[in-house]
Design a protein around this ligand. Structure first.
Ligand SMILES: C[S@@+](CC[C@H](N)C(=O)[O-])C[C@H]1O[C@@H](n2cnc3c(N)ncnc32)[C@H](O)[C@@H]1O
Length: 377
């Protein structure tokens, strides 16, 4: 999919005291760093917008920063490379585990050979995944391999090793899924042979798990070589419970459509969340879910629901109004750009809104990304 860099089209909101930003060119030392960050097709990832976000944030006066809806940790990685004191947080455990792997300061094994031997040593077995998800997301043979992998990884004593292997396993699982999601039990889309597809990559889908897992290792190795100061990783949970006091709070919440309801992040990625706590997966299953999702979590679903989203978002912005708040959102979503800007003006003396045309990885049509920045400094 094409990614057009259209540069800034700034709209500085008309209010006295509103700040103004310029568009400096990307310094040579940051551009290659960003391009070496792990590639991802995570829903709403900011990976391909990092240079734009970098330009928007680099002139602001901050050291400590909270990445409150951290997702794939792409923005945390950027902030870390900028030399900031970063705190990562997300609502889901699997993202928190992946962040532990990607934001660590050193590799937890001697060399890549050690990691390859571990992956090659995984023995398939018939466990919870084989019994529960037959015919839904992966083939029977793959399910047995996944049971073996989850068992072996969770038996490891070192939390750092567990994080790296789980990160690699998540990447492999996503690559083998149509649309890189688990919101439909649609293994048949992958297995149908007599169809012409306009999506997906049959070669990757059919690549064995161990090969894809090994292919994710260089992501972690490359990033660990760029390590600067340590990052704080908070336990997963609701952003609403976090303390204020950071110099800057970056918010990248789920997008809520003006017109249609959509799956929340737990439903999109429930299988990875289950792999993260393999021993408790069975107890956490949602009994009536036809995709065998995990039981819904209110703090995740409320951030995807038009009835509750606006209040949750505005409460979080107000709770951090002593910090600089930077909010990523989408034009044309709910609430509107004007409503969000009004709320920023009620909380901050200086408000600016940056906009950028953008093609999302999982959507065909062009979108406009917004970045609201509010500050009382
Ligand atoms: C748009 S994504 C963030 C993408 C991220 N910036 C990146 O580049 O990968 C929104 C994230 O919000 C998380 N989330 C949803 N509800 C949450 C809540 N109540 N508290 C914290 N995180 C939540 C989801 O798990 C998801 O990772």
């Amino acid at each position: 999919m094409n990614f057009e860099y259209t540069g800034y089209a700034e709209n500085i909101l008309s209010r006295p005291g509103t700040g103004c930003t310029t568009t400096p060119s990307l310094p040579l030392d940051i551009a290659p760093l960003i391009s070496s960050f792990p590639k991802t097709r995570y829903y709403g990832s900011k990976r391909r917008l990092l240079d734009w976000i970098y330009h928007a944030l680099k002139g602001l006066p901050f050291n400590s920063v909270l990445d409150g809806f951290g997702g794939t940790a792409s923005v945390s990685l950027l902030l870390k490379m900028m030399g900031k004191e970063v705190t990562f947080h997300d609502g889901l455990l699997f993202n928190t585990i992946a962040a532990q792997a990607l934001l660590a300061d050193k590799l937890p094994f001697k060399n890549i050979g050690e990691a390859h031997s571990f992956i090659d040593g995984i023995k398939p077995c018939r466990g919870f995944i084989s019994k529960t998800f037959a015919g839904m997301y992966y083939t029977d043979k793959e399910n047995r391999w996944l049971d073996g992998a989850a068992t072996a990884i969770h038996e490891l004593k070192s939390p750092a090793k567990r994080s790296v292997y789980l990160y690699c396993l998540f990447q492999a699982c996503l690559k083998k899924r149509p649309f890189n999601l688990f919101h439909r039990a649609n293994l048949n889309l992958r297995l149908n042979r007599d169809v012409t597809r306009s999506f997906g990559n049959l070669v990757t889908w059919e690549t064995p798990f161990p090969v894809l897992m090994k292919a994710a290792l260089p992501d972690v190795i490359k990033i660990s070589k760029l390590a600067t100061q340590p990052v704080t990783i908070l336990p997963h949970g609701d952003i609403g419970r976090l303390n204020a006091g950071y110099d800057l709070v970056y918010l990248d919440p789920p997008y809520v459509s003006e017109s249609k309801t959509s799956d929340d992040y737990l439903r999109r990625y429930h299988f990875l969340e289950g792999l993260s706590s393999y021993a408790d997966w069975e107890d956490g299953l949602h009994n009536t879910s036809y995709i065998k999702s995990l039981q819904p979590r209110q703090y995740i679903s409320e951030w995807q629901d038009k009835h509750t989203f606006r209040e949750r978002l505005f409460d979080v912005i107000s709770a951090h109004n002593q910090s600089i708040v930077a909010l990523s959102y989408l034009a044309g979503a709910y609430p509107s750009e004007e409503e969000i800007a009004d709320h920023f003006r009620q909380n901050f003396q200086h408000v600016s809104v940056l906009r950028k045309d953008f093609c999302h990885a999982l959507a065909k049509e062009k979108k406009v990304e917004l970045l609201f920045i509010g500050s009382n400094i």
